[in-house]
Design a protein around this ligand. Structure first.
Ligand SMILES: [Zn+2]
Length: 498
């Protein structure tokens, strides 16, 4: 009995020792297991089915025909599946206007962003891109796609998109941001932008977005400086194409490129580009007395983020200080400078809100007809409309939007508009390229290619598509149940999908 009892005790001790050794061995394995192996385990437990997810990439100012100028093997490869010949920007074809129209599915009159530079007289507020004012949710109407997406329990991750670093209401009761986002910073390298996307892509399923964005600005920078299809633009296109290649290789390595469960990828642009020259400039103050203080001197703190605005913002800080003090001394007898008045001083016949191919003009009170008459036939190279007469094809005369001003000047393709003082000081700023013209010029048309399991095997037959349909395309891919009201039409995009 005693012997048996001893044997049992030894057996228990041996079992306990074995259990202890096993526990120690397991903890050693856990301590030394590297994060990649852990991640592999996660991926096996939560398979990466990304067929209802989408990455939307914008290459700023990539004109519809740039694939013909450049080598761009990666973008050409994508065009084998889905290629829309011309992606039509909204009117006017400006960066902020277009990106926000795409992502809300709304024409600018209803999205709130009708120009890169705006003045709201009722609230006495000025909007200019790159300024603190552009982070005010007041300006941003409609609902960007990331909010619609998150309202249905999905997550979004944005490495830049116009307004993705602004709190916007949409249909929510408080300002909402994308789940994960970076504030716009043009100094973040393209590699870091794409690696950030990969980081989000590798999150465990419960934390992983189904909607991502990326944005690249170099093609726009070179287009403004050297003109479309210049050597520098071609180099920029091929450079971005190389980064698209880096992205594709990363997706391939994860089994997410051109596979049944792969990620859907769209590459598009906000507008095209056309050649400009200092010999084609209309100087508006040759025809009327204008006040340009809204343009020249408001909110220049982040202008370095938007170098392509050199024709919109004309003076450096010192010149602005001098100009403002001049305005203030002139206006002492009247109390306020012209800067903050709802209508321009009687010293001027009109206030110009922005110098852009679509220019907004506020005539002085009582001088509406007189200013219109002076401008309408002044140049062979512009068309001048009263707001209510802007052609309906532009969807730009909604009376409910006060940010669209009483007189709209539309410059012919390739022309520029300025005041004489600035033009004489910086004539070379008008050489190069520009966009922002009426959206029915072919040169203003943008680019669209896509690849992924949600799309049909091949469709190159759509000749033109308005870019506000992007909202619907995203909605279709992720399967939104309750999209925000928008100007898109589902039947325009149905042929893209299986
Ligand atoms: Zn742009």
């Amino acid at each position: 009995m005693l012997g048996n009892s001893k044997t049992r005790t030894w057996k228990v001790i041996i079992i306990l020792a074995l259990v202890c050794m096993l526990l120690i061995a397991t903890s050693v394995i856990l301590v030394f297991q590297n994060p990649e192996e852990e991640q592999t385990t996660n991926i096996i437990q939560e398979p990466n089915d990304m067929s209802k997810s989408v990455l939307l990439i914008s290459i700023d100012a990539f004109r519809h025909d740039y694939l013909e100028c450049a080598v761009a093997p990666n973008l050409k490869g994508m065009s084998d599946q889905i290629h829309i010949q011309k992606l039509i920007p909204p009117f006017p074809s400006k960066t902020f206007v277009s990106h926000y129209s795409q992502i809300t599915g709304l024409y600018p009159a209803w999205s709130g962003i009708v120009a890169n530079k705006m003045y709201d007289a009722d609230h006495n507020k000025t909007f200019s891109i790159g300024s603190a004012s552009s982070y005010d949710s007041f300006w941003w109407w409609g609902e960007p796609f990331w909010i619609s997406n998150q309202r249905e329990g999905h997550l979004s991750g944005t490495v830049f998109w116009v307004a993705s670093d602004v709190g916007i209401y949409g249909r929510n009761e408080s300002p909402t941001y994308p789940t994960y986002y970076l504030s716009y910073d043009r100094d973040i390298t393209y590699k870091d932008r794409i690696d950030q996307f990969f980081e989000w892509l590798e999150l465990p399923k419960s934390k992983r977005p189904n909607f991502y964005t990326l944005y690249f600005e170099t093609v726009d920078d070179m287009g403004h400086k050297y003109g479309p299809c210049s050597e520098e633009v071609i180099e920029a296109v091929d450079n971005v194409d190389g980064w698209i290649g880096y992205l594709i290789r990363g997706l391939e390595a994860r089994g997410l490129w051109k596979t049944e469960n792969g990620l859907n990828v769209i590459v598009d642009s906000d507008h095209g580009m056309t050649k400009t020259s200092k010999d084609k400039v209309i100087l508006i103050d040759d025809y009327i007395q204008i006040d340009t203080s809204l343009i020249h001197c408001a909110h220049m703190e982040h202008l370095h983020l938007y170098p392509s605005l050199k024709n919109d913002f004309h003076y450096n800080d010192l010149e602005c200080q001098e100009r403002n003090s001049r305005l203030l001394s002139k206006s002492n007898s009247r109390g306020r400078a012209n800067l903050n008045q709802n209508s321009p001083s009687q010293e001027y016949e009109a206030q110009v809100v922005n110098f852009s191919p679509v220019t907004q003009i506020i005539p002085a009170e009582g001088q509406e007809d007189q200013v219109f008459e002076k401008l309408v036939n002044a140049s062979q190279n512009w068309t001048v409309y009263k707001k209510e007469d802007v052609p309906s094809k532009y969807h730009y005369s909604w009376e409910g939007n006060d940010r669209i001003k009483p007189i709209i000047v539309i410059i012919d393709l390739g022309w520029s508009i300025s005041d004489r003082a600035y033009y004489e000081k910086y004539p070379d700023n008008f050489n190069g390229g520009n966009h922002g013209y009426a959206n029915d010029y072919d040169d203003m048309a943008g680019f669209f290619v896509a690849s992924g399991p949600a799309f049909v095997q091949e469709n190159n037959s759509i000749e033109k598509l308005e870019n506000l349909e992007i909202y619907q395309i995203l909605q279709k891919i992720v399967g939104l149940q309750n999209p925000a009201p928008n100007n898109g039409t589902m039947k325009n995009i149905e042929s893209l999908f299986k």
